[in-house]
Design a protein around this ligand. Structure first.
Ligand code: ZN
Length: 346
C-alpha cells in the first residue's frame, strides 16, 4: 500500500534508470521550440496542440507522433539541449546514474551525422553532470527493421565515438518481423569492440525472441522481456544466468504490450527470482516519470520498501559502469537508502 511515508521514500530515494530513450524524452515545450527554430513542420501550432499530440489513442498513432516529433531534433546543439534538460529531469528525481538510448537510424536517414547526435548528447549530459552530479552514459539502439546491413556502418561510427560516453549496443524497433538471430555477428563485433550488449525482446514478441537475444546475441540485459513468463524454462534460464529484465510498466500498458496492470508479469517474474529493474522508456509519451513508475508498481503489485530497495540495487548491479565505479555507486546508494529508511520509518 502506498502510505504517505512510502510515497515520500519513493520521491526521495536514490534511483537508477537503465531503459530510457533520448528521442522519447522530448517534452512538448521543447518539441515546439525546436520545430520553430529549425523550421520543421509538425502537426501542431502551439503548446496546447503539441500537448494534445501526446494523447494518442493507439500504438500506430503513438509511433507517428513519436516519429514526427523526432524530426525537430536537427543540430548538434539540439541534441545537447535535449540531453541537458533530460539530465536535469533525472537529477530532480534523485537519479544517480542513467543509461540513455539513442536511435541512430532515425537521424542517419534524415542526413544527420551520428557524430553530431552523439557528441551533442554527451556534451549535454556532461553539463548536467557538472551541475547536479547525475551520471549518464549512452547506448545505441539500432532499429532491427533496417537489417544488419546498415548496423555494420553504425557500429564503425560507434567504435570511433566510444570516448563520448558511449558504452552499449542494443536493438529495438519491429520485434515481430525481425527476430534477433541475424544480428549475431554484429553483436559479437560490438562485444569485441568493448561495448556492453542489450536488446529489446519479449515486449511484443514471445519467448523465442528472448531466447535468441540471450543465447545468440549473448546480451546481459533485456529491454522489457515481460513475455518471458509464457515459457517457464526461459524464466528459470534468466534467473540462473542472472540476465536482467529492464521493465517499463506504464510503457507496456500504454502500448498494449501488457493487456492490463492485473495481467502484467512484473510481479510473477520478480517472485520467480528474475533480476528486474524499473524504468520509464519514453516518459512524456507515456505520461510518466521514473518516480511515478515506482509509485505505480507499489500500487499495482504491492511492493514494499524492501522490494523497492532490491529493484533500485538491481539497477546499480546491472549497470554498464566499470567495476570500481559500480562498487562506489553501490555503496553510496545502499547508504542513502538505509539512512532514508531510518529517517522515514519505512
Ligand atoms: Zn525501449
Amino acid at each position: 500500500m502506498l502510505t504517505p511515508e512510502l510515497d515520500a521514500f519513493i520521491t526521495r530515494m536514490p534511483k537508477v534508470e537503465l531503459h530510457v530513450h533520448l528521442e522519447g524524452s522530448i517534452e512538448p515545450r521543447m518539441a515546439l521550440e525546436l520545430a520553430r527554430r529549425n523550421g520543421v513542420e509538425i502537426p501542431a501550432r502551439n503548446l496546447a496542440e503539441v500537448q494534445k499530440l501526446y494523447r494518442y489513442r493507439n500504438f500506430s498513432e503513438f509511433l507517428s507522433v513519436f516519429m514526427s516529433l523526432t524530426q525537430v531534433i536537427v543540430r548538434c546543439t539540439d541534441f545537447e539541449q535535449l540531453a541537458y534538460e533530460m539530465g536535469l529531469t533525472l537529477a530532480r528525481q534523485q537519479v544517480r546514474y542513467a543509461e540513455v538510448m539513442l536511435s541512430p537510424m532515425q537521424h542517419l536517414l534524415r542526413g544527420i551525422h551520428l557524430r553530431e547526435a552523439i557528441v551533442g548528447a554527451a556534451t549535454g549530459f556532461a553539463r548536467a553532470e557538472r551541475e547536479t552530479g547525475v551520471m549518464v552514459q549512452l547506448a545505441l539502439d539500432y532499429g532491427r527493421q533496417y537489417t544488419p546491413a546498415y548496423a555494420w556502418y553504425v557500429l564503425e561510427i560507434a567504435k570511433e565515438l566510444r570516448s563520448h560516453r558511449l558504452v552499449a549496443w542494443s536493438i529495438g524497433g519491429d520485434e515481430i518481423h525481425y527476430p534477433p538471430e541475424p544480428f549475431a555477428e554484429v553483436f559479437a563485433a560490438a562485444r569485441d569492440a568493448g561495448l556492453h550488449l542489450m536488446a529489446h525482446a519479449g515486449e511484443v514478441a514471445g519467448p523465442s525472441s528472448v531466447w535468441g537475444a540471450v543465447d545468440v546475441l549473448k546480451v546481459s540485459r533485456i529491454g522489457h522481456g515481460i513475455r518471458s513468463v509464457q515459457d517457464p524454462s526461459l524464466v528459470a534460464h534468466l534467473r540462473d544466468r542472472g540476465v536482467v529484465l529492464d521493465v517499463c510498466p506504464s510503457s507496456n500498458i500504454r502500448t498494449g504490450a501488457a493487456p492490463s496492470w492485473e495481467q502484467h508479469s512484473l510481479r510473477t517474474l520478480y517472485d520467480a527470482g528474475v533480476l528486474v529493474t524499473i524504468n520509464s522508456d519514453d516518459p512524456p509519451f507515456f505520461e510518466t516519470t521514473l518516480t511515478d513508475e515506482y509509485r505505480r508498481v507499489v500500487h499495482h503489485f504491492g511492493f514494499g520498501a524492501d522490494d523497492l530497495c532490491v529493484l533500485v540495487l538491481n539497477g546499480v548491479r546491472a549497470s554498464f559502469l566499470p567495476p570500481a565505479e559500480k562498487a562506489r555507486l553501490l555503496q553510496r546508494v545502499e547508504g542513502e537508502l538505509s539512512a532514508l529508511r531510518v529517517e522515514l520509518g519505512v
